[in-house]
Ligand binder design. Structure first.
Ligand code: 5AD
Ligand code: SF4
Length: 440
């Protein structure tokens, strides 16, 4: 009988994409997807190790699963970044009863590993990292929807001192451009009007012949693709050529997620980010002036070791100057094995981290609201994503080019269409409007 798999995914979009790859690898090998945890023979957790609470969530979830199953036998496998981060420790912990641990470069071996675990009842552990694995010949099992994630490169060579990714995902490698374009062509043919290119460091994509700007340009020529997004680029390697392509190509969304992490030069240096506050601000000036209507979003870490109140104010200053449309703000979380964990004690008190994160969240909320309010009265092209219920009434929901959620009444359109919506109302998280003909 075919074995049933239930897969839980945590963390970033790259993990969402990897889960689609994993489903594809397993179903091609005769496994089937279980309807729920109770129905599964094997439970896989595709995990995130970027912050301590992400890791904790995984282990809490395993406890919940065991509780829910009330002794029903099941094999449990840990995949993804926690696998490479904690390695043997996961299996050695007898209480957790994990059967196999498989890192991000070993998913091709999963069917064999699972069979062996079942047949020989032994624990298996494969977290080796390669410099080549790109899964370029595997077509991920896509979820339905407007957007399709496409990993164009994997791994990271930047070694920001706080970050575990270079250790959990290994060295940077890019897929050949033609191989990515084939995937996008097939996505367009299956009705995905939007692709989002993923990479830990997406703008350092290159396949020896073509760079990231070439890839964006070539993708925009594919029929059926209406919008192209990408994340996350690194501020230290922004190229003139890329700015021009984003500015001049109407299919490339005018939204850039540009992780700042911190605004203070000393902290940026300790983080090994490769830019100063002035570099970041001058890049932002350049982006705003070359790309009309550009929206910027960001990631920020508060409470990096030794960050003082005065250092923190530099981050506040950059946020006030740049006016991001939204920001993901995190408390520094020490990750074992990173340079920061080895060199700098986690010395900013928890209360300070809380105070700083609250301050930045409040500031961002105000800025997001002001920015969103400035859209009132304007008409934006919106890519329709889905139906939603708001205050008991059916509404449509989509995203503006700048990635803001827009809600508007139903009309003669469907998911995947681009419609013009005139904005009437705004909050810090969404815009509301009415559909306005003619469609874009
Ligand atoms: N602590 C807190 N936040 C972190 N990030 C990465 N590593 C850490 C860490 N150790 C954040 C960064 C990154 C985002 C994906 O997660 O802001 O851009
Ligand atoms: Fe981590 Fe820095 Fe690489 Fe991003 S660029 S994945 S933060 S090491």
């Amino acid at each position: 009988m075919k074995k049933k798999i239930f897969l839980c995914t945590y963390g970033c979009q790259m993990n969402e994409y990897d889960s689609e790859l994993i489903e594809s690898i397993l179903t091609a090998d005769g496994f089937v997807l279980a309807a729920d945890i109770q129905d599964a023979d094997i439970i896989l957790l595709n995990t995130c190790a970027v912050r301590n609470n992400a890791e904790r969530k995984v282990f809490n979830h395993i406890d919940d699963i065991r509780h829910e199953l009330q002794g029903k036998p099941v094999y449990i496998g840990i995949l993804g970044c926690v696998a490479t981060h904690l390695k043997e420790q996961i299996i050695k912990n007898k209480k957790r009863k994990i059967d196999f641990v498989v890192g991000p470069d070993s998913y091709r071996q999963l069917p064999d590993i699972i069979r062996k675990v079942i047949k020989e009842n032994e624990k298996i552990f494969d977290v080796s990292l390669t410099t080549k694995e790109n899964y370029e010949d595997i077509t991920p099992t896509r979820k339905e929807g407007i957007n399709a994630w496409v990993a164009v490169m994997r791994g990271c060579d930047n070694f920001c001192t706080f970050c575990v990714v270079p250790y959990t995902r290994g060295r940077e490698r890019s897929r050949p451009m033609e191989n990515i374009l084939d995937e996008v062509r097939s996505l367009a043919a299956k009705g995905h009007p939007q692709v989002t290119f993923l990479g830990q460091n997406v703008n350092s994509y290159h396949d020896n012949q073509f760079d990231f700007a070439d890839l964006l340009e070539a993708t925009s020529a594919i029929e059926g693709i209406k919008r192209i997004r990408f994340m996350s680029p690194h501020p230290k390697d922004y190229l003139e050529k890329l700015i021009n392509v984003v500015a001049n190509n109407p299919k490339i969304c005018k939204h850039i997620h540009l992780p700042l992490q911190a605004g203070n030069d000393r902290i940026l240096q300790l983080m090994n980010r490769g830019y100063t506050k002035a570099d970041y601000l001058s890049l932002v000036d350049k982006l705003y002036s070359h790309i009309p209507g550009l929206t910027l979003t960001t990631d920020i870490i508060v409470g990096f070791p030794t960050e003082t109140d005065a250092d923190f104010l530099d981050t506040v200053e950059v946020m006030e100057k740049v006016r991001f449309a939204s920001a993901f703000i995190f408390k520094y979380s020490e990750r074992k094995g990173t340079i920061a964990a080895k060199k700098y004690p986690d010395d900013v008190p928890e209360e300070k981290k809380t105070e700083r994160i609250m301050k930045l969240n409040d500031l961002q909320k105000r800025i997001s609201f002001e920015k969103n309010r400035s859209w009132i009265g304007k008409t934006l092209p919106v890519l329709v994503e889905s139906e939603t219920i708001a205050k008991g009434a059916t509404q449509f929901q989509g995203r503006s080019d700048g990635y803001v959620t827009v809600v508007f009444p139903p009309g003669n359109y469907k998911a995947g269409d681009i419609v013009n919506v005139t904005i009437q109302e705004a909050s810090s998280h969404w815009l509301k409007g009415i559909h306005h003909t003619p469609d874009a």
